[in-house]
Design a protein around this ligand. Structure first.
Ligand code: FAD
Length: 647
């Protein structure tokens, strides 16, 4: 039996992005002893990269805005597949969460009369994104970190120990959620620098590990996005919801190759930037789908007038939801009207004075200047779609953020499914993190501190199995050292590259049946090879080893995406099937749940060739009538299934 250090907490939060930190603050304030654990340095989570802003219907710039309008926009953006109760709670609670951030020290940009300024973004009817230039995520994380430090100072005054009630384990990775029967009992972890294993024992674990972008070749996501939380939940027995919905942001950098995929924020378009093809045409006017026809400008003149007079003009189609814009760019490039490096042109230089561009979009100005030697105040940017966000995720109960089927497991932030339906609106992630981060922390604390019987116990056998699994890349068991079954070990970097290429080429922005079948075959092959992923050296900071461990998660999650995408024979939001190009109203009633083939969710190895995922269809919950009443009947006819309309 391995000797592994153990520490006892009430709540363990896996992930220190916006969702994790907000959950931890809430759990600690509700009296739970709370540990936060994160792969990167404290304060370096992916949330820091968020640029455009946080969506909240505060109505500061247009008093017509309110939670009902925000709810409507979110449901439309998600093509009505959203878990509607989450969309409702999100729209109602987002303004309070933004105000709360200010009381904790955040400072958002202001309107002339001193209110929090709000900017336009795709799919939002009114200016709704509170922002700090194009560095909103940084301010959000800075503020939450500061709040955590202030809570630790309070604890020091009372207990003499800063970390008595709230401790951050940074640069540590969780590889398994541990269970006592069906209940969560803790998390198995390792320190990235030393390779030391340890266990955090707790009846509540909040998973807030972000997204899955590193399974794709071209992505805006940071290195941490290897789908760990999705996989941890699956392995613990919780289902994942609607994993086919992956958002390809329309505007990532396409040049030079070393920075391909890095995000060009949507605020460039929100502030007036326009998309043109190689013929100089503002092509988005040709791509307004029927469901949005009445809401978008039909001419450039009207679209341009909207920036000054939004009450009497309709929005330009550059501000359609992201899935629409990404598909349009893809079509232009395919039709031979792309830019020299395979994207299209995004231009602010002819739309705003240079000094305004530098003030409103400072990060974009520097990003292009430093990475591509392009001065965006003088020339257009070249942009194209990049894998950006996963709408699918851990299936949760809307109010409590508890993961289905595993008592003590909670999920919030990008790793949780349901909130955004088939497509997320820009700005709705940061608000999601705060609204559901808070809810997850609250319910995790209540669950842990309200337990009446014995706390769930950590099982030594599970700890040993988790340790052996983590050490496997160092010791391929075979007739010769370093060789399993007579075959040489596989290089984790090669496997990762092949996985990324497979997902990009075969399960990317436009999907076809035969390609997804080929992807599943390739994934099966990669899974077999990944079992022989071998690394040299020691456990002390060894990036190859870390990647070998992350591969398990990326392969699991990629299989979920490919299987669900193959099953859903329609196009909706972030899922586009070339062989089924239309949205099918009958599919609105269908959720696809991915579950591990081994239903015990135990640590038993599954047959890598068979595949590890079973798909289950589930009927969506009917939308509450008072929420449906917020839409025109004619609009509902476009989305709801026939029988729902009769009901
Ligand atoms: P993250 O902030 O990614 O945090 C995940 C945490 O989990 C990290 O601390 C990581 O270290 C940790 N972790 C992961 N795996 C493990 C593990 N196995 N063990 C321990 N810890 C682990 N959204 C908006 O609403 N507005 C925007 O303007 C916006 N701009 C964006 C710009 C860019 C460039 C990108 C890429 C995204 C943007 N988004 C935006 C999306 C938004 O930033 C993310 O969806 C959001 O930040 C996710 O937050 P999170 O708390 O769920 O996860």
């Amino acid at each position: 039996m391995s000797v592994v250090d153990r520490q006892e907490w009430d709540v363990v939060v896996v992930g220190a992005g916006g969702a994790g930190l907000r959950a931890a603050i809430e759990a600690r304030e509700r009296g739970a002893r709370t540990a936060v654990i994160c792969k990167s340095l404290f304060g370096k989570a992916h949330t820091v990269m968020a640029e455009g802003g946080i969506a909240a219907a505060m109505g500061n710039v247009n008093s017509g805005d309110n939670w009902q309008v925000h709810f409507r926009d979110t449901m439309r953006g998600g093509k009505f597949l959203n878990q509607w109760r989450m969309a409702e709670l999100h729209a109602q609670e987002a303004p309070d969460r933004v105000w709360e951030l200010e009381t904790w020290g955040a400072l958002f940009d202001r309107t002339k009369d001193g209110r929090i300024s709000q900017r336009n973004f795709g799919g939002h009817e009114y200016p709704r994104l509170a922002h700090v230039g194009d560095r909103t995520g940084l301010e959000l994380i800075r503020t939450l970190q500061q709040k955590i430090v202030s809570l630790q100072q309070e604890d020091f005054k009372e207990t003499g120990d800063y970390e008595s009630r709230l401790k951050v384990y940074q640069e540590c990775t969780v590889t398994r959620i541990l269970k006592d029967g069906s209940r969560v009992s803790g998390a198995f972890c390792y320190e990235r620098e030393s390779g030391r294993f340890f266990v955090l024992e707790a009846p509540s674990v909040v998973v807030s590990t972000g997204g899955i972008g590193k399974s794709f070749k071209v992505t805006s996501n940071s290195w941490e996005y290897t789908g760990d939380g999705h996989a941890l939940a699956l392995l613990a027995g919780a289902p994942l919801l609607n994993m086919e919905f992956v958002q390809f942001h329309p505007t990532g950098m396409v040049w030079p190759p070393s920075v391909k995929g890095i995000l060009v924020t949507e605020s460039v378009r929100g502030d007036g930037g326009v998309l043109r093809n190689s013929e100089g045409k503002r092509f988005m006017f040709d791509y307004i789908p029927d469901v949005f026809k009445e809401k978008y400008a039909q001419s450039e003149e009207e679209g341009d007038r909207w920036y000054e007079d939004p009450d009497h003009n309709r929005r330009p189609p550059e501000l359609l939801p992201r899935d629409e814009v990404a598909r349009a760019i893809n079509s232009e490039v395919k039709a031979g009207r792309g830019s020299p490096h395979g994207g299209v042109f995004l231009d602010v230089s002819t739309r705003m004075p240079a000094e305004v561009i530098r003030r409103r979009l400072p990060s974009m100005y520097h990003q292009f200047k430093e990475l591509a030697d392009v001065d965006i105040t003088a020339e257009a940017m070249e942009v194209g779609p990049t894998c950006h966000y996963v709408m699918g995720g851990i299936a949760v109960e809307s109010d409590s953020a508890s993961a289905r089927g595993v008592p003590g497991l909670f999920a919030a932030g990008e790793v949780a499914g349901g909130m955004h339906g088939s497509n997320r609106l820009g700005g709705n992630s940061l608000s999601d993190l705060l609204v559901f981060g808070r809810r997850a922390g609250l319910h995790a604390a209540q669950y842990a501190t309200g337990l009446t019987g014995a706390r769930p116990l950590v099982d030594d056998v599970q700890v040993d199995t988790a340790a052996a699994e983590a050490l496997r890349p160092f010791s391929a068991e075979g007739p010769e050292p370093g060789v399993e079954n007579g075959r040489p070990p596989e290089n984790p970097y090669t496997l990762h590259q092949e996985l990324q290429q497979t997902m990009n080429d075969l399960v990317g922005i436009i999907r076809r049946e035969a390609e997804m079948e080929a992807a599943l075959e390739k994934l099966a092959d990669l899974r077999v090879r990944a079992r022989r992923a071998g690394v040299e050296g020691h456990r002390q900071f060894n990036p190859g080893w870390h990647l070998a461990l992350d591969l398990r998660n990326m392969l699991l999650v990629s299989e979920c995406v490919a299987r669900a995408a193959l099953e859903r024979t329609e196009s909706r939001g972030g899922h586009t099937r070339e062989d089924h190009p239309a949205m099918d109203r009958a599919w609105r009633r269908v959720n696809l749940l991915c579950q591990l083939v081994d239903p015990t969710g135990g640590l038993a190895a599954t047959d890598p060739v068979r595949g590890q995922i079973d798909l289950v269809r589930e009927t969506t919950e009917p939308i509450r009538p008072d929420l449906l009443a917020l839409f025109d009947k004619e609009e509902l006819v476009k989305y709801l299934a026939e029988e729902e309309l009769y009901e």
